[in-house]
Every structure is written in structure tokens, then in C-alpha cells.
Design a protein around this ligand. Structure first.
Ligand code: PMP
Length: 402
């Protein structure tokens, strides 16, 4: 016997499980549409040229060392991250009402936010969009929330945001709830509210005094322009909404494994910030004590050097344009094949993902018969498509649907 006897084997984490099935497959035609990570036309990971340049500069700089960062992170990075999401000229920054806390990528930012809201402000109820990113529920449950529930988001029939359902559900949430909103490029549906819809959502959030947590893991991937992708967040700030924003630099800097993220916190009264920072320090101290430095130094350098920042904008354009191009090619081929159904949504959706509308049975068939790997809910990472495999994928989808 063992002290560890009786541990139940949990279900595998779907996205990593499917990715492993892809890696294990020996089929030469296999296609990986699982993980939300950018791939080049050659199906390779991409180190952004400006990131490589920053790394070389850092490596050549003998004043760099491996000392601990402060608990709340590398402050110049936090400032740059806050400016990126709010816009450098945002009144909240000028008035000293916005601070940044460096965290472990988007996931760590969300986890620190959940623990902070639970332990320090006594929130126990949180609402996520239905559907949402698979990890949201787990983060909030493990972060101490007793009720993790959902608001309507997706209308499968029209393949648009169910704005009436969404607003009705937010109207009905209990007092003292946290609402998690995807800042842009909603995962998994690829459909964001329109500006008019965001305004209506903002109204309810204000009326109900909801604790707003924006999760923005794809700033730049929705429109190709990081400023435009922050529109909803900046609108809410302009309306006086206090909020926490979980930012990830995994996707838009291609720094997936550096775990570089930031929590931006916007308040109405700067006098609350001293307490907030001290309590956040304790949350982080008990989790990872202090964050890693490499990614923070890179992001900081790029965002504060005008030439490098422009190179970064260009890289975002390269990535988002290739994704758009693949959406167009996939849709065109499906239409050429006269695949039953309407495939307009493939190009209407934005960001890394397409919520194809394929059923679990069709997904299973695609995986088993054609070795096209995707998630059970029909989500594909469009980054996995390239001009060599897009026709193959369309023909496979056609076969699965017919
Ligand atoms: N939020 C959403 C909606 C995401 O899709 C992701 C990445 N898949 C994250 C947060 C955070 O990812 P990471 O921890 O790698 O930054």
C-alpha cells in the first residue's frame, strides 16, 4: 500500500491529449488544429524577429543578471503592459488609478485575480461565457470560488453572440458576482460582441455593480491592431467601470513558455491601491513568490522602443493576415466542394480559432479517418492550416459532413 493509494485517474486535458494523439500519429497527411499557438506557412513555430532581436540585446548586455524580481514583478514591464491595454494617454493612467502586477502569463494572472477576489474581497461567485476557454472554470474553482456558473453567449443556430440571452443572464446574477469577459477574439467561438452590444453589456455591469474581469489573451489577433482590440476594455474604463484585466503575452509575442503576463487593475479611487498592492503581494508570495524575468525584459524592451514596437506591430499583422488568408481559403474550398451547410462563419469569425459547428461525431470521424485533429466542440486553431494542407482539411470536412 501507499500513502498515495486510491488517487482517481482524472480525465486528460482535452487540448493536450489531442495534441499528443497528433504527435503520435504516423500518418503523413496528419494535421494539427488543436493548440492555440501560431504556426508559419511551413507549420513551424515562429519566434518573432523582434523578439529574437531583443533576446540578443539582452544576452549581450553584461549588466543583466539573474537576481529575483520584486514580488509584483518588473515594474517598467508592468507600466508598458498597462499602457498597451489601456492606451498610453488613458485618463486612468494619468490619474494614477491603474496599476500593473506581473503574473505567470494569462493563466497565472487569472489565478492571482481569482484568489485576490476570493480571499481579500470575499467574492465566491463567478460567471463565465458559455462556452468559454476550458481552463476558466478550473482556475476559479481551484482559486476558491464556490459557485462558478455561466451566462449565455453563443447562439448556435445563427452562429452569433446571443446578446439577449447574455444581457438577461447578467441582469439575473446575484449581487457580488464576478463576470469574466473575453477582451477580444473570444475563445472558442471567434465571435466578439459588436460595439453597440459591448455598450449594452457595460450598462448592465454598471447597474449590477459586477466585478469585471477582462481576460485578454489575444490582443492584436482579432483585428491585427492591438489598439483596436482593446476597444471594449477602454470603453468600459471610459464609463467609470472598475476592473481587473488579465493580459497574456503568450500569443501576441509568441512567448508561450516564458509565462509572461500582467494583471492590470483599474480603480476609481487611488487611495485603495496601497492596500490592494500589499494584499496582492501576499497572494503572489504564496504562489510563485516572484515572477520570471526573461519575458518581461523582452516585452518591456519591445514596447518602449519605437522601432521595435513598429516591428512588433508588423509581426502581428503577418500572423493575423496569414490566419485571415487561411480562413478565406478554407471557406472557398468548402464552398467549391458544395459541402452541405453555410460556411460564411469561417471568415466572419476572428482571432486564432474557428468554431466550425462540426458535431462531436463528425469530429471523431475527422480524427479517426483523416487524422485531422481538433477539439470535440468543433473548435479549430486556424493557425494549423497552410496552403499545403488546407484543401486536404476541406475535403476531409466535406467527407465528414456528407
Ligand atoms: N485566456 C484565454 C481565453 C486563452 O485562450 C488563453 C490561452 N489559451 C489564456 C487565457 C492564457 O494562456 P497563457 O496562460 O498561456 O497565457
Amino acid at each position: 500500500t501507499s500513502l498515495f493509494t486510491g488517487i482517481e485517474v482524472a480525465a486528460p486535458i482535452e487540448v493536450f491529449h489531442m495534441n499528443k494523439l497528433y504527435l503520435d500519429s504516423t500518418d503523413p497527411n496528419k494535421v494539427n488544429l488543436t493548440i492555440g499557438a501560431y504556426r508559419t506557412e511551413e507549420a513551424k513555430p515562429w519566434v518573432l524577429p523582434v523578439v529574437r532581436e531583443a533576446e540578443k540585446k539582452l544576452a549581450a548586455d553584461d549588466s543583466q543578471n539573474h537576481e529575483y524580481l520584486p514580488v509584483l514583478g518588473f515594474e517598467p514591464f508592468c507600466k508598458a503592459a498597462v499602457s498597451l491595454v489601456l492606451g498610453a494617454d488613458n485618463a486612468a493612467i494619468k490619474e494614477g488609478r491603474a496599476i500593473g502586477v506581473q503574473c505567470l502569463s494569462g493563466t497565472g494572472s487569472l489565478r492571482a485575480a481569482a484568489e485576490f477576489l476570493g480571499r481579500v474581497l470575499n467574492y465566491k461567485t463567478a460567471y463565465m461565457s458559455k462556452p468559454t476557454w476550458g481552463n476558466h472554470n478550473l482556475i476559479f474553482q481551484n482559486g476558491g470560488f464556490t459557485t462558478v456558473s455561466a451566462y449565455r453567449y453563443w447562439d448556435a443556430a445563427s452562429r452569433t453572440v446571443d446578446i439577449d440571452g447574455l444581457l438577461a443572464d447578467l441582469e439575473a446574477v446575484p449581487l457580488k458576482s464576478v463576470v469574466v469577459l473575453h477582451g477580444c477574439a473570444h475563445n472558442p467561438t471567434g465571435m466578439d460582441p459588436t460595439q453597440a452590444q459591448w455598450k449594452a453589456i457595460c450598462e448592465v455591469v454598471k447597474k449590477k455593480q459586477l466585478m469585471t474581469l477582462f481576460d485578454i489573451a489575444y490582443q492584436g489577433f482579432a483585428s491585427g491592431d492591438p489598439d483596436q482590440d482593446a476597444w471594449a476594455i477602454r470603453y468600459f474604463v471610459s464609463q467609470g467601470v472598475e476592473m481587473i484585466i488579465a493580459q497574456s503575452f503568450a500569443k501576441n509575442f509568441g512567448l508561450y513558455n516564458e509565462r509572461i503576463g500582467n494583471l492590470t487593475i483599474v480603480v476609481n479611487d487611488p487611495s485603495v491601491l496601497a492596500g490592494l498592492q500589499s494584499q496582492m503581494s501576499l497572494i503572489i508570495r504564496a504562489n510563485w513568490s516572484n515572477p520570471p524575468s526573461h519575458g518581461a525584459k523582452i516585452v518591456h524592451m519591445v514596447l518602449t522602443d519605437p522601432t521595435m514596437k513598429q516591428d512588433w506591430f508588423d509581426a502581428i499583422k503577418t500572423m493575423s493576415s496569414r490566419i485571415k488568408d487561411m480562413r478565406a481559403k478554407l471557406r472557398a474550398k468548402l464552398e467549391e466542394l458544395k459541402t452541405p451547410g453555410n460556411w460564411e462563419h469561417v471568415t466572419k469569425q476572428i482571432g486564432m480559432f474557428s468554431y466550425t459547428g462540426l458535431t462531436p461525431e463528425q469530429v471523431d470521424y475527422l480524427v479517426k479517418k483523416h487524422k485531422v485533429f481538433l477539439l470535440k466542440d468543433g473548435r479549430i486553431s486556424v493557425c494549423g492550416l497552410n496552403s499545403k494542407n488546407v484543401d486536404y482539411v476541406a475535403i476531409a470536412i466535406d467527407d465528414a459532413v456528407k
